[in-house]
Write a protein that binds this ligand. Structure first.
Ligand code: SAM
Length: 262
């Protein structure tokens, strides 16, 4: 599905939350630890989707805000977080003031921005000097069993797999943050294994956003490609991985006092 189309995300919002919402949870913990954001910290999640990360942060006492262009995703987040400041919008044009947050996160979202550099400049603008920007997204295909299944689906449709994009490889997120003038604090790779209880869950999740007819014709392709990941009880575990990077917005340096004149 087209990840830059908010209407597509709205249509799948409920299924996204149910099937994929906590996929990146091991990366959330890495972001939180490296940014040292504790109770009371002001956090904005950009591309917050159904609000799973924000709920995790709110439960830890952080003051949460979120933005997402898909109304359906935002509705899911609002139902879960009635007190949060949740706004519709793109990463490229945030509606909060300069330096409004101690931590700004973007998980599995920045790659959908039309202009990733412009989006990151906005993330930096709303981060307080000394605060952190923390990003995470899928690692390269070779680390993700899901990519094997998606490649089989694409091949069955006579299509090529989507190109990976430079953010997904080693050093991609670090370079992005450094180019935005941030000081790298920590970067790494996190295992984010994903489980499906049965064939139907697996097929629905892999073919998220597809209509029932497409699901019916494509399900055998998905199941054949996923056979190596099937366990004896009929469930599946896909090895997946996310890369993350956390960087600090430098505090302005104070001008040295002028030397007294002799
Ligand atoms: C793969 S989902 C991830 C949602 C959430 N961050 C998570 O990890 O569960 C991608 C989200 O990015 C949002 N998105 C797409 N384009 C965006 C943009 N230009 N700025 C911010 N978010 C965007 C989509 O609406 C969708 O909710």
């Amino acid at each position: 599905m087209d990840g830059a189309d908010p209407d597509r995300w709205s249509l799948v919002a409920q299924d996204w939350s149910r099937l994929w919402g906590d996929l990146a949870a091991p990366a959330w913990d890495a972001l939180l630890r490296a940014s040292e954001a504790g109770a009371g910290a002001r956090v904005l999640d950009v591309g917050c989707g159904s609000g799973d990360l924000l709920a995790h942060l709110e439960a830890r006492g952080l003051r949460v805000a979120g933005v997402d262009p898909a109304p359906g995703m935002l509705a899911q987040a609002r139902a879960r977080l009635p007190g949060a400041d949740l706004r519709p919008g793109d990463a490229e044009s945030l509606t909060w003031g300069d330096g409004a947050f101690d931590l700004v996160t973007a998980v599995n979202a920045l790659q959908f921005a039309d202009d990733v550099d412009a989006a990151l400049a906005e993330l930096v603008r709303v981060t307080a000097p000394g605060g952190h920007v923390a990003v995470a997204s899928w690692a390269e295909d070779s680390r993700n069993d899901l990519a094997t299944i998606e490649a089989a689906v694409a091949a069955a449709d006579g299509e090529e797999s989507l190109p990976e994009g430079e953010l997904r490889g080693a050093g991609g997120l670090e370079a992005l943050l450094a180019d935005a003038g941030l000081t790298l604090v920590e970067a790494g790779l996190v295992d984010t294994p994903w489980d499906a209880a049965d064939d139907e869950t697996l097929v629905r999740a892999v073919l998220l956003g597809e209509d029932d007819a497409t699901i019916a014709t494509t399900a055998p392709v998905v199941l054949a490609a996923a056979a190596p990941f099937r366990r004896t009880d009929g469930s599946y575990r896909l090895a997946c991985a996310f890369r993350y990077a956390v960087a600090r917005r430098p505090a302005p340096t104070r001008a040295a006092p002028a030397a007294p004149r002799a």
